[in-house]
Design a protein around this ligand. Sequence first.
Ligand SMILES: [Zn+2]
Length: 86
Amino acid sequence: MTAPICPECSSSHTCPIAYGYPGDEEEYLKLVAEKKICPGGCVTDDNSPVWYCNDCSHTWGRLRNSDNIDSFDYDQGFNIEETFDQ
Ligand SMILES: [Zn+2]
């Protein structure tokens, strides 16, 4: 998947924020260490951001947005196993 450019500093060193408990904790921690994902915790709310910038720590996007909740498939957008295989 392609992460978006940071709206704050124009960095491309961005990653999706992963919510919930990882199925494979070892792989999850590896991805976190490589800054390919950002741990977002287990609790989400209406203001939970989707993206994280590794350069300036800016977070943006909305995990739950009434305008696009049906079109944004978070599981499809980020698959931890597919990311690891690559
Ligand atoms: Zn940034």
